[in-house]
Design a protein around this ligand. Sequence first.
Ligand SMILES: NC(=O)c1ccc[n+]([C@@H]2O[C@H](COP(=O)([O-])OP(=O)(O)OC[C@H]3O[C@@H](n4cnc5c(N)ncnc54)[C@H](OP(=O)(O)O)[C@@H]3O)[C@@H](O)[C@H]2O)c1
Length: 260
Amino acid sequence: MISGKTRFVPLLAHPVHHVRTPALFNAECTRQELDMVMVPLDVRPDMLEHTVAGFRAMENVAGMVVTIPHKGSVAALCDRKVGAADLVGACNIIRRERDGSLTGGMFDGEGFVAGLRHQGFEPKGLRALLVGAGGAASGVAHALLQAGVAGLTIANRSRDKAEHLAGELARVFPDARISAGVSDPAGYDLVVNGTALGMHEGDALPVDVERLERGTIVAEVVMQPDMTPLLVAAEARGCRVHKGTNMIEQQVRLLVDFLK
Ligand SMILES: NC(=O)c1ccc[n+]([C@@H]2O[C@H](COP(=O)([O-])OP(=O)(O)OC[C@H]3O[C@@H](n4cnc5c(N)ncnc54)[C@H](OP(=O)(O)O)[C@@H]3O)[C@@H](O)[C@H]2O)c1
């Protein structure tokens, strides 16, 4: 029930039709008996700054959840960034403080690792290949290193972005084995698709599935379709598969906690 006391949490995306977070977020608020509601809003990139400024001015806005394509650009609109957001320079949530200032956070990575653990996959000690170096992949990379993977290779279409991310992470995790490399999945315990590949019919596969080894954990960030072509192919090769939906389901509690 929405009342004058309800705190509002817009979700900013463009386009917005595919988002799944509002249903999960609102269910979590109900479960925790929090008077907070999320509504998805379709915000064009050229209107992001105006939109965020408008919500900054509203006293009953608890914060904003931010997704494609705004995660990077919204970081510059925050007054401060905390945790992984500070490192990766991207935010997927903003908390509006009582004084109207905006604190950015990034929980994609923590959500991903929480999802892995929830499915019984412990990342500590695994040799990991991550394909992608965008917003979601950066968060995942940070969280995998924090979880203690034995090594992390980052492969991305734009190699300079993978190299930049590997360099940034090496500063934060000086003892970890981190490199920018190629997307050959042979020899890894954990292979993660952190790109948008798989969302659309006809997308290329993020790795050469013929090179996947039996028993490797193959994980997705892509949530729709539920079983991406990568996961279907990986399962057929005897890999253990991990859906993108696990990441958002585990992340939603972290998002609610950040705002409440
Ligand atoms: N499950 C969840 O909770 C969750 C949370 C967040 C995001 N996601 C999903 O994660 C995916 C990526 O989102 P994002 O926010 O990270 O987007 P992003 O910041 O725009 O990054 C996109 C990434 O995908 C790569 N890519 C895009 N098209 C490609 C192509 N045709 N060939 C090769 N690489 C390509 C990009 O490579 P370049 O750098 O070369 O452009 C980049 O690494 C989306 O599917 C999103 O829905 C899921």
